[in-house]
Design a protein around this ligand. Structure first.
Ligand SMILES: Nc1ncnc2c1ncn2[C@@H]1O[C@H](COP(=O)(O)OP(=O)(O)O)[C@@H](O)[C@H]1O
Ligand SMILES: [Mg+2]
Length: 757
């Protein structure tokens, strides 16, 4: 049992949060304060409380994690859940889709949220939704991927029985510059998704009481004096009391606060020279180290080392763990590391790297286990050739484990190695990968910067495939910025380069890109023309995925234009090709869009059939949020067939997912379906509310076709309410937008409604 002094109000906040959590409303609580103020201790006391109430409590200490290893902090939590519940843990076990199987740069945010969802569902399932507490101690040391996952869970916590506790020491951010976690905490606070609890030093009275706890026969006077020295910091109080216990004759009046807040220089000044050197060498290895490696690095036998380790333990430099030893805190490690002369540091890293490399069996999986360490040590050992090799593999591995942030870090280090070696070909490859990951993560500005820096490089220009691809990616980015003419220029350049180097696949892709831009510009004849040319080239390379995608996008054009029969034909062809390519996601997409065509034709039972097929395929992708998207769209058919509540349920579930994934377009679609549901039930005011919510989102996304369709639905609702004036004004706005982009089917419908035909 922990005995705790003070902290009543803080404990109340935690207990109340637990109560709310048990009622289905979780939270994230961030406990902030300086070192030694009692953050961890408070959580340990709370853990006892939770355990006594039968609520499972799992902890991870981010200080013990390897910041290079993706999800290493979360693994601690998941591992302890696994051992407590004997359950399989999804993290890292989900194979990432092979990125060569997709035409586009994959949306890594979607991939990542897919993993996040799995972990979320897993955690939720523990204790059958009755509630669970996750405790992240010293969250300022969390690794970059765990940070993303933590952010996601924190956003979900409010709707589930998950209570997240974090302790945070702001001053440590100055040391490790972990900006990501700072951003996360800031964002959560901004969105009111967390409760911040600042804990400060104990009061005078509480200090006196704590001193009594440590020193049985202490006088009030001693307590008062200790309060003056320590200002009520419990760790310092503990230190002074220990000092007094060891040395009862100590003159407290000679101790000053400055002396207690001692720097590491003073604190460790008593260490013997050899022990200090041992600590420095250990600091090269990492936060954690073992006897064997140390023995190898120092050329000393175990017995001798044990003696030094004992000294280091006594001075609170290191502590023993199950696997070996560990620095007391990462800050202590950083202190000893900084004391190593530069040249010696390089030498030591090199030795560690070589030792690790020699001590692991030459099997891929064994190497993979140590890959991050090898990369790190070769890099700091300035062995750039080897470092490059392991950094690239680390980047690949981190990517496969959805640790995209870390993957980027490794690639940036690899880039520096390539600079040092002067290998321009590898550099080109690295920059392409960095650009693609930034693009995939939605950091479009970063991606643009990298790609455009490559555009003027001779080495990029000399390779037709690379250079064409580069221009095409610049085109895609310009399209995202809605700079269509700029985009077109890039696609034209991509086409020219691809034609010169006779790269058929790239010719097809350049035409396809241009086609998409012409569609955006409202020139659908030219768009179709480009797509036809793309199709011609795709036929030559016989890549069913490429052919399938082109059919799918042509289908979308016909769909938008209102040539519904042509759309169906193209979707059918798309499905045929995509089936050959085994690309379930796009097959599902094609069936879903076909469903939409039948909704427009008001043939709801056929629409329902197509949506059901889309759901089958979406299920095969295992992508939960995509599946929900398809289910929401099926709602249009279900509502008309009388299953209104089923449709509603899917919408609400999807809206929750969209909120966590920041998918605004998805939210808008769910609102439209909800609008349909209300309108079918003749709840017209509610229907209008949903349509207007959708409209607001669509307008901010500037998607004219969707805006037009929303306005049409609003008009239709007013018409059912017999408010013809309002109906007509919405129809007129819809007509203006939809006719300007040549959406024939709706233009015709609207003209009839407005009596202009
Ligand atoms: N409220 C308290 N009552 C009694 N002892 C405390 C209290 N808060 C902290 N301590 C003592 O101080 C030490 C340091 O606290 P800790 O929780 O490790 O600080 P932090 O996590 O903020 O750095 C603990 O080991 C504990 O013994
Ligand atoms: Mg702590």
């Amino acid at each position: 049992m922990h005995e705790i002094i003070g902290r009543n109000s803080e404990l109340k906040i935690l207990q109340k949060a637990l109560e709310e959590m048990e009622n289905g409303r979780g939270n994230t609580i961030v406990i902030e304060g300086e070192h030694g103020v009692g953050k961890t201790y408070l959580c340990e006391v709370f853990e006892e409380y939770c355990t006594s109430k039968g609520v499972p409590f799992f902890s991870a200490n981010a200080k013990n994690c390897e910041m290079e290893r993706p999800y290493s902090t979360f693994s601690q939590i998941l591992d302890s859940i696994r051992s407590a519940h004997n359950q399989m843990v999804p993290l890292g076990l989900t194979p990432f889709f092979n990125h060569r199987e997709v035409v586009e740069i994959p949306d890594l945010r979607v991939a990542q949220s897919f993993l996040y969802e799995k972990v979320y569902n897993f955690i939720k399932s523990i204790n059958e939704g009755q509630g669970i507490v996750l405790f992240f101690d010293s969250v300022e040391w969390i690794d970059a991927s765990s940070n993303g996952l933590l952010h996601y869970l924190a956003m979900k916590a409010r709707q589930t029985s998950i209570l997240i506790l974090c302790t945070f020491t702001p001053e440590d951010i100055l040391v490790n510059r972990n900006e990501r976690v700072k951003d996360t905490l800031f964002a959560l606070a901004n969105e009111k998704l967390c409760t911040r609890v600042r804990i400060s030093n104990l009061t005078r009275e509480d200090t006196i009481e704590l001193v009594k706890l440590y020193l049985k026969n202490s006088t009030k006077q001693t307590g008062e004096k200790i309060y003056e020295i320590t200002r009520g910091n419990p760790q310092l109080i503990k230190n002074v009391c220990e000092l007094i216990e060891r040395n009862p004759k100590i003159n407290l009046y000679e101790l000053t606060p400055d002396m207690l807040k001692i720097s590491y220089d003073t604190k460790f000044s008593g260490l013997g020279g050899r022990a200090e050197e041992i600590a420095r060498i250990a600091s090269v290895i990492g936060n954690a180290f073992d006897m064997q490696t140390m023995s190898r690095l120092t050329q000393k036998n175990e017995e001798e080392l044990l003696e030094y380790f004992e000294e280091l333990i006594a001075y609170e430099v290191i502590e023993e763990t199950d696997e070996g030893y560990m620095f007391k805190t990462p800050l202590v490690r950083a202190y000893f590391y900084s004391k190593i002369p530069d040249n010696q540091r390089t030498e030591l890293h090199r030795t560690v790297a070589e030792y690790i490399a020699r001590s692991i069996p030459r099997k891929e999986e064994e190497v993979n286990k140590k890959i991050y360490q090898l990369a790190y040590h070769y890099y700091h050992g300035k062995q750039y050739e080897l470092a490059l090799r392991y950094l690239l593999r680390s980047a690949e591995l981190a990517y496969e484990q959805y640790g995209f942030e870390q993957s980027l870090e490794f690639l940036k280090m690899a880039d520096m190695c390539a600079d040092n070696i002067g290998n321009m070909f590898v550099k080109l490859e690295i920059k392409t990968k960095i650009g693609d990951i930034q693009y995939g993560l939605g950091n479009f500005e970063e991606a643009t910067k990298i790609y455009s820096s490559m555009l003027n490089e001779q080495i990029a220009m000399s390779d037709g495939k690379v250079y064409s691809e580069l221009n095409r990616k610049m085109g895609m980015l310009a399209n995202l910025r809605t700079e269509y003419w700029e985009a077109l220029k890039y696609y034209e350049k991509a086409l020219e380069v691809a034609k010169n180097s006779k790269h058929i696949y790239e010719i097809a892709m350049a035409h396809r890109g241009a086609g998409y831009i012409y569609l955006r510009l409202g020139n659908w004849r030219k768009a179709l023309d480009e797509y036809m040319q793309a199709m011609g080239m795709a036929d030559k390379v016989k890549d069913p995925l490429l052919t399938g995608i082109i059919f799918l996008e042509m289908g979308n054009i016909y769909n938008m234009r209102g040539n519904l029969e042509d759309a169906i034909m193209h979707y059918t062809m798309a499905i045929k090709n995509l089936t050959n390519a085994k690309n379930y996601l796009d097959i599902a997409r094609a069936f879903c869009n076909m469903g939409d065509v039948y909704v427009q034709k008001e043939d709801y039972s056929t629409a329902n059939e197509k949506f059901a097929l889309a759901i089958d395929y979406a299920n095969k992708t295992g992508n939960e949020s995509f599946l929900q998207w398809v289910e929401v769209n099926r709602g249009f058919a279900l509502i008309k067939m009388g299953y209104i509540d089923d449709a509603r349920k899917k919408c609400y579930a999807f809206i929750e997912t969209c909120r966590a994934n920041k998918n605004r377009f998805g939210t808008a679609r769910a609102f439209r379906v909800l609008g349909w549901a209300e309108r079918e039930d003749k709840h017209y005011m509610e229907a209008l509310e949903f349509f207007n919510l959708a409209l607001e989102i669509l307008e901010s996304l500037a998607v004219p076709y969707e805006i037009g369709r929303e306005l049409y639905d609003i008009g239709l609702t007013y018409e059912k309410m017999d408010e013809m004036e309002k109906a007509r004004s919405h129809y007129a706005r819809a007509l203006e937008i939809l006719s300007s982009i040549g959406a024939g089917y709706y233009t015709k419908k609207l003209k009839i409604k407005l009596g202009r035909e």
